[in-house]
Ligand binder design. Structure first.
Ligand SMILES: [Zn+2]
Length: 409
């Protein structure tokens, strides 16, 4: 971009004749804030803590749908190479998502391995767009080479099953974070989405898992855990931890999936980073209340229609959506979450964890897919954030925490 601009200026100076010398040099014109945001998005390494592409593709394959061409701007989903490049996204963590049902049915480790195989397959299929990266140095090298690093994070420690040796297995496969649980309590700890309180926080096995992750250098991800688990992790983890895709409870009172102010302060004390989830129901109070109303309607319908087939429940909730459209959040609302983390604990503890491909049709106005980062950066520039602040938010903070994992090795 800079080279192109220099070439244009040179042509204007050398070949423009008399007219060119009369015209003010373009460099004197102030760069618009929109242009500055786009330039920063392109020039700055952007890491996103959570993109659910692997499970979207897995779901499509299960339904017999063909693999989309990820090198071009797709019709479906939120992420592909074309949209990532338009938005300046350089290194998304590909979520290796294990649904909680596998904790009962089995097959969690096998599913994780097959999803990792699939991500490796994407890199083989589109080597000009995607590249493997297991370290910050590889992320940087891919960034300089213009390729998108597909990083690996397991969403739900159920993938470890009941064998601590699997932490090493997944480390060797390139997994660099593990979200301790997902929608239900598992063998490791309790979930923010469940009120079963199986362990009152963590199990003994869970404590061993955290110690082994610390030893090997896999980031502990506290998104999805309940509060007791979070505070126990703060006590026992010898390394800084991340929330790969969580927002702030301050804006969504009572929603335990998001982090309270006290949790953000404790995370910062630990040296960690909260990577903000973009989903509207995580971001705005109205959208979060809409989510509660939707769940209440689903419960009401299933209680009143015990023998109804799943299609009937589906039809009912679709009709409910018509009557009750989701009040979408906006890019500025996402900016509010980042700004509050900064007010609470400083710029060093924020990051981006979009949850693209993982939050359905609930993304905010202006942040509908992986091309949306420049708009968010613009919002922060308008609040007075510096280029250095933006660089910390986009990747610097996460890289600091990642590098800290290996300090003792
Ligand atoms: Zn999640």
């Amino acid at each position: 971009m800079r080279t192109l601009l220099a070439a244009i200026l040179l042509v204007a100076a050398c070949g423009g004749g008399d007219v060119a010398t009369e015209t003010p040099a373009p460099e004197e014109a102030a760069e618009s804030i929109e242009a500055r945001a786009l330039r920063l998005a392109k020039e700055t390494l952007i890491i996103d803590g959570h993109v659910d592409l692997p499970y979207r593709l897995h779901h499509m394959a299960t339904n017999g749908e063909p693999m989309p061409d990820l090198s071009v701007h797709g019709e479906k989903g939120d992420f592909d190479a074309a949209r990532a490049k338009a938005g300046g996204l350089d290194a998304p963590f590909m979520s290796i998502y294990i649904p909680a049902k596998h904790q009962k049915e089995g097959g969690a480790k096998a599913l994780a391995d097959s999803l990792i195989d699939n991500v490796e397959g994407l890199i083989e299929k589109w080597p000009g767009e995607f590249a493997k990266a297991h370290s910050p140095a590889q992320v940087q090298a891919n960034f300089e080479g213009g390729r998108i690093s597909l990083l690996l994070g397991i969403e739900n420690g159920a993938a470890l099953e009941d064998d601590i040796a699997n932490v090493k297995h997944f480390f060797d496969r390139g997994v660099r974070y593990i979200t301790l649980t997902h929608g239900k309590d598992n063998l490791i700890c309790d979930s923010s989405y469940a009120d079963t309180n199986t362990w009152g926080g963590m199990s003994d096995y869970g404590r061993k898992v955290v110690a082994e992750m610390n030893r090997l250098g896999i980031l502990v991800d506290i998104s999805h855990v309940d509060d007791e688990t979070f505070f126990e992790v703060m006590k026992i983890s010898s390394k800084p931890v991340i929330a790969s895709h969580s927002s702030l409870r301050h804006f969504t009172p009572g929603f335990e999936r998001n982090m309270s102010d006290d949790m953000v302060r404790a995370l910062a004390e630990n040296g960690g980073v909260v990577m903000i989830n973009f989903g509207s129901t995580f971001i705005s109070r109205d959208a979060n209340e809409w989510r509660s109303s939707k769940m209440a309607e689903q419960e009401r319908f299933s209680a009143a229609n015990k023998d109804a087939p799943a299609e009937a429940a589906d039809k009912n909730i679709k009709a409910w959506y018509q009557e009750n459209p989701l009040p979408f959040a906006t890019t500025a609302d996402v900016g509010n979450h980042i700004d509050r983390v900064v007010q609470l604990v400083g710029i060093e503890h924020t990051g981006l964890g979009s949850d693209f491909d993982g939050v359905g049709n609930s993304l905010p106005v202006g942040l509908k897919d992986a091309s949306g980062y420049p708009g968010l950066i613009q919002n922060l520039l308008e609040r007075g954030y510096s280029d250095q602040d933006i660089a910390k938010l986009c990747s610097g903070n996460l890289l600091r925490v990642w590098l800290a994992q290996n300090n003792s090795r």
